[in-house]
Design a protein around this ligand. Structure first.
Ligand code: HEM
Length: 410
């Protein structure tokens, strides 16, 4: 990866390599670009020369502007290979509203927003508390060290999204394995396509069963209350299952790691329950896990942005980790401060019509998860030096692979 030479305007590929000594910070090159050229040209793996946005204001403008399309068949991918889950590449797969523009997108999004209301998510809270307590009880009964990813960060969001959607949790080993391959950018297109095919087959079967015997869950509700086809429901279920556990699991794991590495912040958090909400917003801002899978858009028309002309057909990628550390928007952006005013203005959930559908659910899981974890295990600490924690670099969402933790047993 080479940095743009200001004069020669040599484009770069999306900087993704992080400094192992600062695993929570965006790659240095991304930060440097933001500070010199918050809107810069960028070379994509297929040779296309598009744009990279690393400034907060420009990022918001692109994400809110209907002249930028989310369609895969119009965009050039910044990834070494295409995201096989979104469809074959020529057209969005039926129901894959995540890669559709309005008005198609709006039609699906409306149906789903009705299911993801703040009230409905609030009603889930007692169940999330129960699931979290059960996992922490089980963890307390083991002999440390344990891997916090396997005991806590991954199973909790996975179980929650399964119950919400109506997916049997007994099948979680299968879909977690297949999802891991489907989103692993080091896996080949063939391997990822096979995994995506297995997941699609699994959901198609589930939808058929629910169609014949209606269930009282989100997928069951969509079957009863809408005229969506089985193929659409299959892809919606798949999109929600993947988006709903991978991301939150990474935030729970990486967030716990960040807190353990900032003991003064963790002490303040433990001492003050009024920090519960702002801590989650600050962790979302500071960690901004959507990196390799950063939002990208194709310009449908010539658009002038910050004095530059983005031409129709050019792809723009938003470097979210740098955007959420923009010093023009956040004072001392590289400092983790759990009581930070205005942390909630981060773009970790995106912005505009495609802003994260599951954000209320993710917030509730994180509020409950971090709070209960550190209450139940006040002496929790890393079982290995921080530098030995292995990071998930080659995945759409950044996180820890394993987080060995220990505590003094009573
Ligand atoms: C969209 C981040 C959790 C479902 C997005 C986008 C981001 C994001 C950045 C915007 C993508 C774009 O504009 O191209 C996150 C993070 C999460 C999280 C950081 C956890 C901390 C969830 C959960 C669910 C979910 C729990 C489902 C239960 C979705 C869906 C979209 C989306 C369906 C696409 C919305 C649309 O296109 O209209 N998410 N997400 N996410 N997220 Fe999340």
């Amino acid at each position: 990866v080479s940095v743009v030479d200001q004069n020669a305007e040599i484009p770069v590929t999306l900087p993704t390599r992080r400094d192992p000594a600062c695993p929570f910070d965006p790659p240095e090159e991304l930060t440097r670009l933001r500070d010199s050229q918050p809107l810069t040209r960028l070379a994509f793996p297929d040779g296309h020369v598009g744009w990279l946005v690393t400034g907060y204001d420009a990022a918001r403008k692109v994400l809110a502007d209907p002249r930028f399309s989310v369609r895969m068949d119009l965009k050039h991918s910044p990834l070494p290979r295409r995201n096989v889950l979104a469809g074959s590449g020529d057209k969005p797969a039926p129901g894959m509203f995540v890669v559709m523009d309005d008005p198609d997108h709006r039609r699906f999004r409306r149906l789903l927003t009705g299911q993801f209301t703040v009230q409905r998510m609030r009603r889930l809270e007692p169940r999330i508390v129960q699931i979290t307590a059960d996992h922490l009880d089980a963890m307390a009964e083991t002999v440390p060290p344990v891997d916090l990813v396997q005991t806590f960060a991954l199973p909790i969001p996975s179980l929650v999204i399964c119950e919400l959607l109506g997916v049997p949790y007994e099948d979680h080993a299968f879909f977690q394995e297949q999802t891991a391959v489907a989103v692993d950018l080091d896996a080949s297109v063939e391997q990822a396509t096979v995994a995506a095919g297995r997941l699609t087959g699994y959901f198609a079967d589930l939808v058929r069963r629910k169609r014949s015997r209606p269930t009282d869950d989100l997928l069951g509700g969509l079957i009863t209350d809408s005229d969506l086809t089985d193929e659409e429901l299959t892809n919606i279920g798949l999109a929600l299952l993947i988006a709903g556990h991978e991301t939150t699991a990474n935030m729970l794991g990486l967030g716990a790691f960040a807190l353990l590495c900032h003991p003064e912040q963790l002490d303040a958090y433990r001492a003050d329950t009024s920090l519960t909400d702002s801590a989650v917003e600050e962790l979302l801002r500071y960690l901004t896990i959507i990196h390799r899978g950063s939002p990208s858009r194709a310009a449908l028309a010539d658009v002038e942005l910050d004095g530059q002309l983005i031409r129709a057909g050019e792809t723009v990628i938003i470097g979210l980790p740098a955007v959420n550390r923009d010093p023009e928007r956040f004072a001392d952006p590289d400092v983790l401060r759990l009581g930070r005013d205005g942390a909630r203005h981060h773009l970790a959930f995106g912005h505009g019509v495609h802003q994260c559908l599951g954000q209320q659910l993710a917030r509730i899981e994180m509020r409950i998860g971090y709070r209960m974890l550190f209450e139940r295990f006040p002496a929790l600490r890393l079982a290995v030096p921080a530098a030995e924690i292995s990071m998930r670099e080659a995945s759409l969402a950044y996180g820890v692979r394993r987080l060995p933790v220990t505590w003094e047993q009573a």
